[in-house]
Write a protein that binds this ligand. Structure first.
Ligand code: FAD
Length: 397
């Protein structure tokens, strides 16, 4: 093992310890987060103090600069305590990584005074930017702004207004959250604690150095740049897909642990079984479900490791590998959602009680699994198409 691999393992173990240390605070906040549709202040404080939002912040700005596998492990562990916190932490880390594509001056502005600064990124919708003296005016609405209630900056997708007949230009625009207003729109079945409301800009001035062509933002131009540390060479979109899938896998693992823990204490109505493990039907179905969740984790691990190895070696991943990564993440979340349904059956009617932890994992994982990057149909089509050199149906892998 190389020195840097040993260091990464040490950091991974240290971060997992920190997650378990703050875990009870996060778990205590789940009901409040679900009710108020935002993370409780105590959860946000715990995130800040443990530095789990700094895993993908560059060391040059005081961050931890860990790899994809490390953040995936941290994410899975966070999901056991609170999937919404896990999701917000992922969005902060992923967005912080996206910010490293901006020029040094912009990065100094964002990270220079505070290595714990938190970013959101929203490309689910595109607003508009229009040229103005020294920069641009930004106008638009961005739903699905995960973490926006707790973040300092947001990276927003926008179309540049161009003269008639000119080709369209898409930009990535970095703005302080203080320059935006937030519309309360996040009324969902799951992932309620993420407070993924709608960010709104009305002719907000954005200086030139905070606007980047979207191809540069979501592209893979850095992958072979040996002057950068491995994290900054990492293909950000693929990496974000892996960590988002890890939230779902962690929720599946937590749900399985819950059902296993409860099983010996409960009978099976209306049978004569007094303890569930006495039933061969119960243990066999649990075995099958547990293997699906294991398989989901293997998909996510494979994807994380492929990305990390390429980043460490400063080689560009071929498109076929990037397509398989989207297949891996889609397959992983799909396996978990099916497994969660089976766990709900295994636990019985009590699983649907609002006070049951299992229904929280079920709602949260099912909601997160519908994120566009995790779409299983798209993942299958991308991977299947790679065997026949079919055109790539997703512009940014
Ligand atoms: P789509 O995701 O477009 O769903 C299309 C559906 O069509 C699919 O589910 C699929 O079942 C079905 N379908 C049928 N045929 C096909 C086919 N051939 N191929 C593919 N699908 C097919 N975005 C951000 O940019 N930033 C964020 O911070 C953010 N946070 C989010 C948080 C959560 C919890 C969720 C769920 C989403 C978030 N998003 C975020 C939004 C996400 O990126 C997408 O923009 C969003 O999922 C689009 O939703 P949609 O309802 O338009 O459906």
């Amino acid at each position: 093992m190389t020195n840097s691999q040993t260091e990464e393992k040490g950091l991974r173990a240290e971060l997992l310890e920190r997650v378990h240390a703050i875990g009870p605070v996060l778990a205590d906040g789940v009901a409040e987060g679900d009710r108020t549709r935002r993370l409780p202040d105590a959860s946000v404080r715990a995130v800040d103090e443990s530095q789990v939002g700094m895993v993908w912040t560059a060391k040059s700005y005081g961050g931890l600069e860990a790899d994809v596998r490390t953040l995936s492990e941290v994410t899975k562990a966070l999901s056991h305590y609170c999937p919404s916190t896990s999701w917000v932490v992922n969005n902060i880390n992923g967005s912080n990584l996206l910010a490293t594509r901006f020029p040094a001056r912009t990065q100094d502005e964002v990270f220079g005074d505070d290595p714990g600064v938190k970013l959101a990124s929203i490309f689910a919708a595109f607003g508009e930017v229009e040229r103005a003296e020294g920069g641009f005016l930004l106008t638009g609405k961005w739903p699905y702004s995960s973490g926006i209630l707790h973040d300092d900056w947001a990276i927003l997708g926008a179309k540049e207004t161009v003269a008639e007949g000119e080709p369209p230009k898409m930009a990535s625009v970095l703005v302080p959250v203080a320059d935006l207003t937030i519309e309360d729109t996040w009324h969902t079945v799951g992932m309620r604690g993420t407070g993924s409301h709608t960010a709104v800009a009305r002719e907000t001035f954005v200086p030139e150095h905070r606007v980047l062509p979207v191809e540069q933002q979501l592209g893979r131009g850095n992958t072979t740049d040996v002057s950068l540390p491995p994290l900054l060479r990492t293909p950000a979109v693929a990496a974000m897909a892996v960590i988002c899938a890890s939230v779902v896998v962690g929720a599946g693992q937590a749900a399985r642990a819950f059902v296993v823990d409860q099983a010996p204490k409960r009978g099976i109505a209306p049978t004569t079984y007094r303890s569930r493990p006495e039933s061969q039907t119960f243990v066999s179905s649990l075995g099958r479900t547990a293997l699906s969740i294991d398989a989901a984790e293997m998909h996510v691990n494979r994807a994380a490791d492929v990305i990390d190895e390429a980043a460490a070696a400063a080689v560009a991943l071929p498109e076929s590998e990037l397509r398989r990564i989207r297949g891996d993440v889609g397959q992983a979340v799909s396996l978990v959602t099916v497994a969660l349904d089976e766990l709900m059956w295994a636990h019985g009617a009590a699983a649907f009680s609002e006070s049951c932890l299992l229904e929280q994992y079920w709602r949260d994982a099912n909601t997160a699994a519908r994120h566009a990057m995790l779409n299983v149909h798209v993942g299958h089509e991308l991977y299947g198409g790679s065997f026949f050199d079919l055109d790539c149906i997703v512009p940014s892998l």
